[in-house]
Write a protein that binds this ligand. Structure first.
Ligand SMILES: Nc1ncnc2c1ncn2[C@@H]1O[C@H](COP(=O)(O)OP(=O)(O)O)[C@@H](O)[C@H]1O
Ligand SMILES: [Mg+2]
Length: 148
């Protein structure tokens, strides 16, 4: 299995900044970038709805909504990674809890390093670290880099 860097992306600015750092590492170490978006099983978070509005994805049918957002987020991230000369980019989608999905892919794919944002789409500005970043940093067996 080739060495790879896992970059979980939720469409947030910190996640895109994390991807920039991941691409620098991938170029330097000739590593694969694996992008991952975890689609929540329950209600769409307000932040993702705003993202969809900004991207002009107006009124997609409810059953397509989250899949459309996942595709949009992953495509934007892949475009950025390719523009940043990442040697190789692959995409994954998981469903359910974000932390569980990230840790599952990291284990399954033999990931060396997870590079993610300190924060994501939620509105809790008072917190230094988002809950997904916090739980992944605690739970991962591999190296975790969080980017502000
Ligand atoms: N659903 C998701 N799919 C993939 N990555 C995610 C998801 N949610 C969060 N992340 C990753 O975790 C980072 C931190 O987000 P999070 O802990 O959710 O902060 P917040 O509480 O501000 O939303 C994001 O920058 C992103 O890298
Ligand atoms: Mg979040």
């Amino acid at each position: 299995m080739s060495e790879q860097i896992l970059v979980p992306v939720d469409g947030s600015e910190p996640a895109f900044r994390a991807l920039k750092v991941a691409c620098m590492l991938a170029r330097a170490q000739n590593q694969n970038i694996r992008l991952l978006h975890v689609v929540p099983n329950k209600e769409v978070p307000a932040g993702l709805k705003r993202y969809a509005e900004v991207e002009h994805m107006r009124n997609p049918p409810e059953y397509l909504y989250e899949t459309a957002i996942a595709e949009n987020v992953l495509n934007a991230a892949r475009d950025q990674a390719l523009a940043d000369d990442a040697p190789n980019v692959e995409c994954s989608v998981e469903h359910g809890d974000a932390t569980k999905g990230i840790l599952a892919v990291a284990g399954r794919e033999g990931v060396d390093t997870i590079v993610m944002g300190t924060r994501g789409l939620s509105d809790f500005k008072g917190m230094v670290l988002g809950s997904v970043a916090h739980k992944v940093a605690h739970g991962a067996d591999c190296e975790v880099i969080v980017v502000k």
